[in-house]
Design a protein around this ligand. Sequence first.
Ligand code: DUC
Ligand code: ZN
Ligand code: ZN
Length: 477
Amino acid sequence: MDDFDLVIRGGTVVTAADTARADVGIRDGRIAAVGLDLPGGRRTIDADGLLVMPGGIDSHVHLAQPAFGGPAMADGFESGTRSAIAGGNTTVLPFALQARGTSLREAVAAYHHEADGQSYCDYGFHLIVTDPTPAVLGQELPALVEDGYSSLKVFMTYDDMVLNDRELLEVFDAAGDCGALVMVHCEGYDAIRFMTERLERAGKTAPYYHAVSRPEPVEREAAHRAITHSEITGVPIMIVHVSGREAMEQIRWARGRGLRILGETCAQYVSLTADDLKGLNMDETGGKYVCSPPPRDRESWEAIWNGIATGVFQTFSSDHCPFFFEGPLGKMNPKARTSFRWVPNGIPGVEVRMPILFSEGVVKARISLQEFVALTSTNHARIYGLGGRKGSIAPGHDADIVLWDPERRVTISQEIMHHGADYTPWEGFEVTGWPQATILRGEVVMREGEILGARGSGGFLRRDRSPMAGRARGAFA
Ligand code: DUC
Ligand code: ZN
Ligand code: ZN
């Protein structure tokens, strides 16, 4: 009987709530049924021995972004989303960066131009607000939220992007009015400038000193300041890419006070350390690991696991922000060799985010399978306005699914990556658990590392307002 277009048979279905042996029936790109012994479909996939989980949603990636004062990124939408589906993802949320002096609409139009017809998975855009004029906050932002760009990021550092406290408060306030969810990069501009100049005067310019220039208190102080602004305006925020104990404890403290502060952490903060920035012998290969905030140390990994276990973090992302290592546009371009200050900040990770969390988290019994699904997919959907459409295996949802081999052992290497970058920071890192196939709206787009989907088969997602956004009661406002 051709009741379904596709039936995934005999696997173990995992959602953020449950694990059960069940078949999944798919019709018209959506999940039509989850049950035992479903009738036959036009196609069948045997998922015996595999986990059947919602496709990954990576809500923090940078693609085609002329970002962070450095050279062009190694991934546009084509290679970045190819890498995403190879890693078990079906949705990514990159950023549309407003250049100062331009409008948010211009930024959005430019990113659509980059993405149109290029993407292998579905995508939406966060906004990055760098120039919060009254027109941007009063007119553009509410209109864009209405049009499905329902989240924005602000920076507390970087020359081209930093907002001062007054500007942060204005952005938070405007976001509260129109229901945008605010993501905050918490590192203090002045402290980093001070540390950087002091290190440079001492001749400490190797990539490793990037980590020394922005120690945990720099992140903690900014997190506390952002939380305070959130409390004053009554507007919830998501503190992104939390790297260690100090900022994590700020979020925990704030939540204990009843504030709506959300937290994100990333794969690098449970698997890399600042020592990686030393390279082989304080050499330039350490530049491969330069990202912000920087990876910390093994004790920090434990703090992050504790934050995950205790619900401080809702999302586990990649912060995929890829640059080439070699060449004149690479991380160690001639200017970057003069000081860590000029090494572009960011590393490629969209393809390994899920395997690293599965291996370090599930296999090592730090998190459950349900938590894995929540941290890699379901919570991203709920928080960023895709709830009911993405992030679960339930009737009515898009049939975005990853078939996961929980036993497969893989040594991560550049050779098997699908991204545009010329290296992976996890070269030689061993994981257990790997995506065997990725299914986007009912179509198999990746199997055994082979890309089967068509470029352009990914579509733009107009997102609803986040249920977490808006003005909290009890605001001082
Ligand atoms: N912040 C990000 O979110 N990504 C890369 C670098 C940075 O500072
Ligand atoms: Zn950031
Ligand atoms: Zn980022």
